[in-house]
Design a protein around this ligand. Structure first.
Ligand code: PEP
Length: 252
């Protein structure tokens, strides 16, 4: 038993119009009301951040952006700043998602700058790591995770680690319907926690929440959440369906 509060986070990616988003947010807000012993978070597209925050203003649902810049303002076409996120009602940002790393070629240095930017302006940084199928099959999972964690969290103070959530998302399990087994996920989470203890302090490693992401669904969430080092889920596809995400929030 640990005292880490579970966090169930939904990443809507590039989905939802204003109307869809408000409706989905309202339904998720309703079913989250009873979830007193856990945190719920939604990462809608930037275009609906403030609308979703408004719909959920009286709820316990946290709002995150799907990425964030390190600067407060300036000539950064296409980017969103940490203060834009907070002014829209957000309190967190997803950083280093594999879609950003792979499709948009965000490298370790940029991701580390984003982590620092989020933390500097008081956002929770949901920092994603995970290996590809090729890396897993080549027995490189731990090596890849270690590199991503050391590079992505370089220079983060012990104090700021309180605002960091790590999401382990094996790339081969994202959007594929292929979930890591609970044993594979637990093994990776335990490795990450051990590494965090080496990089920071054991007490920090013991308190950092590590989410699992990769085809989390109503029928596998209970098994995953029963693992000692899995503290929550980062959910893509199933977070776009209120019934499925509500079931995930109410994992037992
Ligand atoms: C994700 O986008 O972070 C994710 C885990 O997606 P899915 O749940 O659809 O695999």
């Amino acid at each position: 038993m640990n005292n880490r509060r579970p966090l169930l986070a939904g990443n809507w990616k590039m989905h939802t119009t204003v109307m869809d988003a408000c409706q989905l947010a309202a339904e998720i807000g309703k079913c989250s009301a009873a979830a007193k012993d856990r945190d719920v978070l939604l990462a809608p597209p930037y275009t609906v951040l403030s609308e979703v925050a408004h719909v959920l203003r009286d709820s316990n649902v946290l709002i995150a952006s799907q990425n964030v810049c390190w600067e407060k303002q300036g000539a950064f076409t296409g980017e969103i700043s940490p203060t834009m996120v907070t002014s829209a009602g957000g309190s967190a940002a997803i950083i280093g998602h594999s879609e950003r790393r792979q499709i948009f070629h965000e490298d370790a240095e940029i991701i580390n700058m984003r982590v620092h930017g989020a933390l500097k302006f008081g956002l929770i940084a949901i920092f994603c790591v995970g290996e590809t199928l090729e890396e897993r099959e080549g027995d490189k999972t731990f090596e890849v995770l270690e590199g991503q964690l050391k590079e992505g969290l370089a220079g983060v103070s012990q104090e700021n680690m309180e605002k960091v959530v790590v999401a382990y998302e094996p790339v081969w399990a994202i959007g594929t319907g292929k979930t890591a087994t609970k044993e594979q996920a637990q093994e990776a989470h335990a490795f990450i926690r051990k590494l965090l203890a080496e990089m920071f302090e054991k007490s920090i490693a013991d308190s950092v929440r590590i989410l699992y992401g990769g085809s989390v669904k109503p029928d596998n969430v209970d098994d995953l959440m029963a693992q000692p080092d899995i503290d929550g889920a980062l959910v893509g596809g199933a977070a776009l369906d209120a019934e499925s995400f509500c079931r995930i929030i109410n994992f037992s």
